[in-house]
Ligand binder design. Structure first.
Ligand code: GLA
Length: 457
């Protein structure tokens, strides 16, 4: 049989496939034949050589297609980011528009010194008001008085502290404080963020001018996908068009409600919701959360002064049970030891950061007393008994009495009927007995009892 001769310089050897963390994509490289002359070959050799070459070409084509698919899907969804709920600090809840490079650097310093970094806090995010306009090329201009060294220098500083840097913009033409938004500039802004070293983008929904939310957010997803840097994408659309239904694949987290206020049980001006009001809106959303894609019931108010210490513990416990992002929002420079203890409670944080990535759910509603459960890896579970009322309740809870069926619990190996567990209070660190006994405790008004059930050895 007459064989076709392979014409041209073939690729040789296996393609080298490697994942480039910085670029956030799979890279391929092909070693080329290096010898100048081809040695003469007889027909059998040539047949064998041609077969090998065709096989190599097929392998290479397959690898190219595969790598392109992996690269595109990784970039488009950033799904390798935020595998546990993002933790960090954001300027908005305490400082509003009063942001500056000095403030942001000081917060980063405290995150390191206070032990917050060791407890898992990572992202330092400037919210609204860092931007003042655009130049004639359309580049976004940071406030030169408040950020005299520029955003790149600030990002470098944050990185030098071993932390990550986040920034804020808006899918509309103006941000909620009337600063320039990213509408029409999404790709240019994304490239700028990458050049500055941004690791996290919070993207708001003011002045949306009737845009379709899903499409508007997707435009920024696409811009981030090709900006050249992995950037966690935080959708801040306030739950208006059910972002939990389309957020996975568009962003890494999405706000589920209007803005939080520093109160436990209240509904204030527009967007003003207390802890309980936000909590109630999370019921039923648990199936939409998982590694890389989280419901976001808004940032923490812990330490801002509007709640009691017990209420702040309840807020932090519930947000942890919900697998919510934990973005502190207080003035870290002046927090007292009680607030620091709440924000750095590693046992509660480990519930939030559990690798199974299941969002806790409301398991029993006894009226003023609610039981929230978060199944955890290694067959454990966290329970939060919440007293919604403002008077104490006496808890007498029989572990075996309540059937545990729920889609989430089915994903774990936790089994309250078959196994015996130690019941550990995550705030006092005390062992409260085992799951064979009733759990008896007094829970003060607006407080929680948060326990972890650990397999008894
Ligand atoms: C909206 C957001 C807040 C904050 C402000 C900034 O209200 O929901 O979290 O970012 O805008 O203007």
């Amino acid at each position: 049989m007459q064989m076709k001769k392979f014409i041209g310089k073939p690729y040789a050897g296996k393609p080298h496939v490697r994942f480039d963390e910085g670029a956030g994509k799979v890279l391929l490289s092909f070693p080329l034949y290096s010898t100048g002359k081809k040695k003469p070959v007889d027909q059998a050799d040539e047949l064998q050589t041609n077969k090998l070459i065709y096989m190599k070409i097929n392998t290479i084509l397959l690898a190219v297609i595969l790598s392109a698919t992996i690269s595109i899907s990784y970039c488009q969804t950033n799904e390798r980011l935020a595998l546990t709920p993002p933790m960090g600090w954001n300027s908005w809840n305490k400082f509003g528009c009063n942001v500056s490079e000095k403030l942001i650097k000081e917060m980063a310093d405290v995150i390191v010194k206070s032990g917050m970094k060791d407890a898992g806090y990572q992202y330092v995010v400037i919210d609204d008001c860092w931007q003042v306009g655009r130049d004639k090329e359309g580049n976004i201009i940071p406030d030169p008085e408040r950020f005299p060294s520029g955003i790149k220098a600030l990002a470098d500083y944050i990185h030098s502290q071993g932390l990550k840097f986040g920034i804020y913009s808006c899918a509309g033409s103006l941000t909620c404080q009337g600063r320039p938004g990213s509408r029409g500039y999404q790709f240019q802004d994304a490239r700028q963020y990458a050049a500055w070293g941004v690791d996290y983008l919070k993207y708001d929904w003011c002045s949306d001018e009737g845009q379709n939310a899903k499409a508007a957010y997707k435009t920024m997803t696409d811009a981030l996908a090709i900006c050249g840097r992995p950037i966690v994408f935080s959708i801040c659309e306030w739950g208006e068009s059910k972002p939990w239904e389309w957020g996975n694949g568009t962003g890494n987290l999405w706000r589920t409600t209007a803005d939080i206020r520093d109160c436990f049980d209240c509904q204030l001006d527009w967007g003003g919701l207390g802890v309980l009001q936000i909590l109630d809106k999370q019921v039923g959303l648990e199936s939409f959360a998982g590694p890389g894609h989280w419901n976001d019931p808004d940032m923490l108010e812990v330490g801002n002064g509007g709640m009691t210490t017990g209420e702040y513990k309840a807020h932090f416990s519930l947000w942890s049970i919900l697998a919510s992002p934990l973005m502190a929002g207080n003035d870290l420079r002046i927090m007292n030891p009680e607030i620091k203890e709440i924000l750095t409670n590693k046992d509660v944080i480990s519930v939030n950061q559990d690798t199974l990535g299941l969002q806790g759910y409301k398991f029993i509603d006894f009226g003023d007393l609610e039981v929230w459960v978060k199944p955890l890896a290694v067959g454990e579970a966290a329970f939060c008994f919440l007293n919604r009322s403002n008077v104490p309740v006496d808890l007498d809870y029989d572990w075996k009495k309540h059937g545990m069926y729920h889609k989430s619990i089915a994903k774990s190996t936790f089994n309250i009927k078959a196994n015996e567990y130690d019941v550990i209070d995550l705030w006092t660190k005390k062992n409260l007995g085992t799951s064979k006994q009733n759990l008896k405790a007094k829970i003060e008004g607006h407080e929680v009892l948060m326990v972890r059930l650990k397999l008894k050895k």
